[in-house]
Write a protein that binds this ligand. Structure first.
Ligand SMILES: Cc1cc2nc3c(=O)[nH]c(=O)nc-3n(C[C@H](O)[C@H](O)[C@H](O)COP(=O)(O)OP(=O)(O)OC[C@H]3O[C@@H](n4cnc5c(N)ncnc54)[C@H](O)[C@@H]3O)c2cc1C
Length: 416
């Protein structure tokens, strides 16, 4: 296949969840697809590995909930085709100070998108959660039905298996180093070259390179995308003896949750590691994805989570003992925390789409993102009422602010 002159319809660069979902969506539409990954398939060096990602329809931005609702359907369709589950449902609970602008926007976005939600005071949260979550009297809770856990590594593997079932070719340990347009006189399309000396041709290309996006796009096209890699840590804490089942997704029906304010803390019910619950901070340190520290967050961050656990879960979760498991992962942050899904333009015209900058909240929407990328490349436009203006590169043309928002960033990160 390599250097054979064989031409693909679409080459997808990067086999994280976005590339794998794109390869699946493209191959399902009957296209001849090649998916290339620089490391081993299902590796742990990017953003899509691990045991749990939250899915929730409650967003401060109005434009994400319809995408999540469509994604939930697409997750179920893919599961049906695969014959196994990657999406484990529960409800979702947001909470925080009653005047927190982001939380107030979550409420208005639920109203605008007609998402059933209930606003609870501190006593109602305590009662509804049977005493498992306590919030201060001047906080509120927002309960929504669509919540749950998606198993990331299993989900990426599912998309790759389904893509292969539909005829996609997948190659790992191949680093793309060049992406060039081919002259019309020579057949047109795109030429991909790799560090090991291979060349591949295609009509269209999608770059889904996660934390490597900025460097790769700069290297191959000279264009700057404001996507900052950030190293974040995931912490699992021990549930106190006798309370383990209270925090399970089933039968405990514990919700996925997000605690707005400073710090923004989120978590998932106990599922992957029995007796443990995932409670990290939504933040981290700027990094170079090729020179990772693989270091847990500073003690000060762990102390902030400890305090939060003592306040919210009282004596039910062991804060003093510290996190039992720590895992490292990468976010790809844009300045406004919105995605970049756009044609790269220039000599590539409408043949090259970049999809990145998922800013720590993209996993749940990956089946929709894959579908959108394929629609852009194949149909030139996106169906289903998704307003793509929020994801365009040109929003950063006048400076780095991007989309205007009247609430604070969710992710907090620093350079040291
Ligand atoms: C700790 C953590 C928790 C998160 N929690 C949630 C959550 O609860 N809900 C949610 O919706 N989202 C969540 N996210 C975000 C979500 O996981 C990411 O948005 C998503 O995984 C991004 O996928 P990706 O495919 O863009 O990037 P990646 O998974 O990093 O994939 C990019 C791939 O491209 C490959 N690549 C790069 N350059 C090249 C090259 N030159 N040649 C070949 N291959 C290349 C890389 O090796 C990599 O495999 C979380 C992320 C983290 C880190």
């Amino acid at each position: 296949m390599e250097n054979s002159g064989e031409k693909f319809d679409i080459i997808v660069v990067g086999a994280g969840v976005m590339g794998s979902a794109t390869a699946y969506a493209a191959s399902k539409r009957g296209l001849k697809v090649l998916l290339l990954e620089q490391f081993d398939l299902l590796h742990f060096r990017g953003s899509s590995h691990g045991e749990s990602r939250t899915i929730r329809a409650s967003y401060p931005e109005n434009y994400y909930p319809p995408m999540v609702i469509e994604a939930a359907k697409l997750w179920e369709e893919a599961e049906l085709e695969a014959g196994y589950n990657v999406y484990f449902k529960t409800s979702h609970l947001d909470f925080g100070p009653s005047d927190n602008p982001s939380l107030l926007h979550v409420i208005s976005s639920c109203e605008i998108n007609k998402i059933d939600h209930r606003i609870l005071d501190a006593h109602q949260v305590f009662d509804e959660m049977s005493g498992r979550i306590k919030i201060p009297d001047d906080w509120i809770g927002v309960a929504t039905e669509l919540g749950g856990i998606i198993k990331p590594t299993k989900a990426v593997s599912m998309f790759q298996s389904l893509a292969m079932k539909h005829g996609a070719v997948i190659r790992d340990r191949i680093e793309v180093k060049g992406i060039e347009p081919i002259d019309e006189q020579e057949g047109g399309g795109i030429l991909i070259s790799t560090t090991c000396g291979n060349q591949f041709r295609s009509s269209k290309c999608a770059i889904t390179a996660g934390a490597w996006m900025k460097n790769l796009v700069k290297k191959v096209t000279g264009k700057h995308l404001p996507i900052q890699p950030v190293e974040t840590s995931v912490f699992y804490w021990r549930i106190k003896q006798g309370h383990e089942s209270d925090f399970t997704i089933s039968p405990g029906k514990f919700p996925t949750f997000a605690s707005y304010g400073n710090p923004y803390i989120y978590g998932t019910p106990s599922l992957e590691f029995p007796g443990l619950i995932k409670i990290p901070i939504h933040g981290g340190l700027e990094c170079n994805p090729d020179e990772r520290k693989w270091k847990a967050a500073k003690e000060v961050i762990i102390e902030e989570i400890r305090e939060w656990i003592r306040g919210r879960f009282g004596d039910l979760v062991d804060a003093d003992g510290g996190p039992v498991i720590t895992q490292s992962c990468l976010y790809s942050m844009t300045p406004d925390e919105d995605y970049v899904i756009d044609f790269l333009g220039g000599e590539f015209g409408k043949n090259l789409v970049v999809a990145g900058g998922f800013s720590g909240h993209g996993f749940k929407m990956s089946p929709v993102i894959g579908k959108i990328v394929v629609e852009m490349l194949l149909d030139g436009e996106v169906g289903g009422g998704v307003d793509m203006k929020y994801f365009k590169i040109e929003r950063f043309d006048g400076g780095l602010n991007g989309n205007a928002k009247s609430f604070a960033d969710q992710v907090c990160f620093s350079s040291s």
